[in-house]
Design a protein around this ligand. Structure first.
Ligand code: SAM
Length: 220
C-alpha cells in the first residue's frame, strides 16, 4: 500500500468512527472531511498522527484542532454554497480548506504572520485556491468583506468580540469557544432581525484569542 493510500484509508476511518460515529450527519461536511488531506496541514514528522482523535502542535504554541471539534463547528455553521465566511484564527489552514469546500467566499485572519504564511503554503500544496488569508487582529473582524453569512472563531475569548457580531449578516451564524483561559463553552449565535439567539453546544478547550476584543497577551 502506498503512503497516499494509507492516508486515504486513515481519513475514511477518521470520518466513520470519530465524526459520523459521534453524530455528525451533514453529508456535505462529511464529504469535505473525506476529501481534504489533513496530513498536508500538520508539521513534517507528525503526518502519521494527522488522522488521530486529537489536536496537534503547529508551532508558535498553537494547534490544529481535534477533527471532531472541527466537524462540530463546521456543521453548526450550516453553510450554503453561496455563503460568505470569515474565519478568525487560520492556524494551519485546515479549517479554512474545509470551509472552501462548502461555501463561496472564505476570508481567514491570522494574527501571526509565520502561521499565515504556513497556511498559505499548506493550502497551495493541497490545491485549494478559494481562501484569502489575511494577517491581522481577527477580534476586529474584517470590515472590507462584511457582512458574513457565517463566522467561525477558532481560538477562545472571554466573550464574542462585538465587531464580529456587528459583521454578521441577517440570518448569519457565528460559532465560537467562549469562557476562561483554560476551559470554555462552544456557543452558536444566530442573528434574527438584528436580535441575537445564543445556543450552547458543550465544553471545549482552545488556545486563547489574543487581541483588542479578546485576551491581552499579558493576561496569563
Ligand atoms: N483553525 C486552525 C486550523 O485549522 O489549523 C486552528 C487555529 S488555532 C486553534 C488558533 C489560531 O488563532 C492560532 O493560529 C492563533 O495564532 C490565532 N489567533 C489568536 N488570536 C487571534 C486574533 N486576534 N486574530 C487572528 N488570529 C488569532
Amino acid at each position: 500500500m502506498t503512503e497516499i493510500d494509507r492516508f486515504a484509508r486513515e481519513r475514511e476511518e477518521m470520518v466513520e468512527f470519530q465524526i459520523r460515529g459521534r453524530g455528525i450527519r451533514d453529508e456535505r461536511v462529511l464529504a469535505a472531511m473525506r476529501k481534504i488531506p489533513r496530513h498536508l496541514f500538520v508539521p513534517k514528522g507528525l503526518e502519521r498522527l494527522a488522522y488521530e482523535d486529537r489536536p496537534l502542535p503547529i508551532g508558535e504554541g498553537q494547534t490544529i484542532s481535534q477533527p471532531y471539534i472541527v466537524a462540530v463547528m463546521t456543521e453548526q455553521l450550516e453553510l450554503k454554497p453561496q455563503d460568505r465566511v470569515l474565519e478568525v484564527g487560520t492556524g494551519s489552514g485546515y479549517q479554512a480548506a474545509l470551509l472552501a469546500e462548502l461555501a463561496a467566499t472564505i476570508i481567514s485572519i491570522e494574527r501571526l504572520e509565520s502561521l499565515a504564511n504556513l497556511a498559505r503554503e499548506n493550502l497551495a500544496r493541497a490545491g485549494i485556491t478559494g481562501v484569502r488569508v489575511v494577517v491581522g487582529d481577527g477580534t476586529e473582524g474584517y470590515p472590507p468583506e462584511a457582512p458574513y453569512d457565517a463566522i467561525i472563531i477558532t481560538a477562545a475569548s472571554p466573550g464574542v468580540p462585538q465587531p464580529l457580531i456587528d459583521q454578521l449578516a441577517e440570518g448569519g451564524r457565528l460559532v465560537a469557544p467562549v469562557g476562561s483561559r483554560d476551559c470554555q463553552d462552544l456557543i452558536k449565535l444566530v442573528k434574527h432581525e438584528g436580535r441575537i439567539e445564543c445556543i450552547p453546544l458543550g465544553g471545549v478547550s482552545f488556545v486563547p484569542l489574543i487581541g483588542e476584543f479578546g485576551w491581552r497577551e499579558a493576561d496569563r
